[in-house]
Design a protein around this ligand. Structure first.
Ligand SMILES: Nc1nc2c(ncn2[C@@H]2O[C@H](COP(=O)(O)OP(=O)(O)O)[C@@H](O)[C@H]2O)c(=O)[nH]1
Ligand SMILES: [Mg+2]
Length: 487
């Protein structure tokens, strides 16, 4: 097959055939009937927060003829997950515990990655008012699968514990006639809450599994103070996931850790196309197909709720190429893209005729129209494209997170582009400085190059604690290229 007939298949699509969804067994402990309070541990709220599906109505799947246990849920807003939701065991349900245990074992041992259970999350509401943390059935599941399956223990409703401890501390201070300033009070409360979690939750868990207890996280889905604990949960769950493709699938499925999405992009890139930057796999392909495959893989990894597929559109690609313009060989940008040229490319990607002065070897046109060339300047632009797209997605991620998980709108993508464009100067400076030092690149090692790209992304990614941007655009169409240049 010649290169002109061949197509560059996104690696994420290849992967998807092997492992289309992340499958989680979510186990409640203890069941509602054994508690003094009448509500679930917060499993649904947790799933919604981790997988970015606020307000989702799960769709239940039932395989005919199969026991009730095989009745997982999926969600239209995020088709990368399957959840098996287990309500916990009532006393005297030994038979049920056995059924669950057998089911988990059977599914975990299935040969195809797609059929397996990929993780177990045990959700236990922090028993601050007394009561058990784990009942026998759950203890058995923990003991049986800990070490074999990635198990995360999630202690839920941390905010409720905090409020209870806050009241207690206030009373104590009152009795002692003491006063504390707000900061002191909050710090004291943090210490008390952490110690209580140790006492009520971590200690019983360690007693159960003394050698090396499963990973745990204490969280709240309602108190913004604990928002980062959701990302912590994802990062911990990934840390204990050993199978590379399961790891990637989980990182794709989640929508609460930007770090996980970035890391997954790098892993996916390392498999094929980022490695291709300095190999020969792109030779003979048009730049448009190279850019498109990079765009698809990165956008697929972030798995945003984008029902209209804005992030796959050529308009987005054109705006991304504007971000990269200043990294081309020219000291100044002599080759701006004309709106007309972009329109021609978008409307008719196959036959591009660039109007305007012939000297205008438009960067985008050169890229998109031409075939890939393994030159230093071209590779430098491709690296900038990867970095700029990743950091634009990172910006978009936090815009989405701060607004609640609503479908991606063009206005939001415009905002992300604008915000990132105003932050990109140091990013491009470091790419330029690095590539300038290359000499020739015949000797470059792909892993070293990818590591450096990862380093530049890490240095410049949004730091959640500094995130304060809340841009509210309302534009319904894509911004013009000049509008982006002027930001
Ligand atoms: N205070 C507080 N309430 C929560 C939290 N998570 C869930 N809830 C509430 O607990 C109840 C049960 O939550 P749900 O997610 O439906 O639990 P599930 O039955 O385990 O799926 C609902 O009223 C939720 O609003 C939390 O972190 N803090
Ligand atoms: Mg539920």
């Amino acid at each position: 097959m010649s290169a002109s007939e061949a197509v560059l298949v996104p690696y994420t699509e290849i992967l998807r055939q092997e492992c289309p969804r992340h499958v989680v067994w979510i186990q409640e402990s203890p069941p509602i009937a054994k508690r003094s309070y009448q509500s679930g541990a917060g499993k649904s709220a947790l799933i919604n927060a981790v997988f970015g599906i606020e307000g989702a109505t799960p769709v239940s799947h039932r395989t005919p003829g199969v026991h009730d246990i095989d009745k997982p849920f999926s969600f239209p807003q995020n088709d990368r997950i399957i959840i098996h939701d287990s309500q916990g065991f009532e006393p005297g349900e030994e038979g049920n515990i056995q059924t669950v245990s057998d089911f988990i074992r059977r599914r975990s041992e299935m040969p195809a990655l797609a059929d397996q259970l990929h993780a177990i999350w045990v959700c236990a509401e922090i028993p601050f008012a007394g009561g058990r943390l784990f009942e026998r059935g759950v203890e058995r599941i923990l003991l049986e699968y800990w070490g074999n399956l990635p198990i995360i223990v999630v202690f839920t409703k941390l905010d409720v514990l905090r409020v209870a401890q806050e009241n207690k501390l206030e009373k104590q201070l009152e009795q002692r006639g003491e006063e504390m300033d707000d900061n002191e009070f909050e710090a004291e409360l943090d210490t008390i809450v952490a110690a209580t979690v140790q006492d009520l939750c971590v200690k019983p868990l360690c007693d159960l599994t003394p050698s090396e207890p499963p990973k745990w996280v204490a969280t709240s889905t309602t108190d913004p103070r604990y928002k980062t604990t959701i990302a912590d949960l994802v990062n911990l769950a990934l840390e204990i996931t050993k199978i590379e493709n399961v790891w990637i699938e989980m990182a794709i499925a989640q929508r609460s850790s930007a770090q996980a999405s970035i890391d997954a992009s790098i892993r996916v890139g390392r498999k094929r196309y980022w490695r291709g930057l300095i190999s020969d796999i792109f030779l003979g392909f048009t730049m448009r197909s190279v850019l498109e495959v990079l765009q698809k893989d990165i956008v697929n990894v972030w798995n945003m709720h984008d029902p209209e597929k804005h992030l796959q559109k050529p308009e987005f690609l054109a705006l991304l190429s504007v971000l990269v313009e200043d990294i081309s060989d020219e000291a100044t940008n002599n080759y701006p893209l004309t709106e007309k040229a972009v329109k021609a490319i978008i409307d008719n990607p196959a036959a591009i005729i660039i109007a305007g002065p012939t000297a205008v070897v438009v960067l985008f046109a050169e890229w998109v129209r031409g075939t890939y060339k393994k030159t230093k300047s071209s590779v430098r632009c491709l690296i900038a494209f990867i970095v700029d797209l990743t950091l634009t997605m990172d910006t978009l991620f936090y815009l989405v997170l701060s607004r609640g998980q609503t479908p991606i709108k063009i206005a939001l993508v415009n905002s992300a582009l604008r915000i990132y464009n105003s932050r990109k100067a140091p990013v491009h400076a470091s790419i330029k400085a690095w590539v300038d030092g290359w000499g020739t690149f015949g000797h470059l090692d792909a892993d070293v190059v990818i590591k450096k790209i990862a380093g530049i992304i890490a240095d410049n990614s949004v730091k959640p604690e500094q995130w304060g941007m809340r841009e509210e655009g309302s534009d319904e169409s894509w911004m013009s290229l000049d509008a982006l240049r002027e930001t």
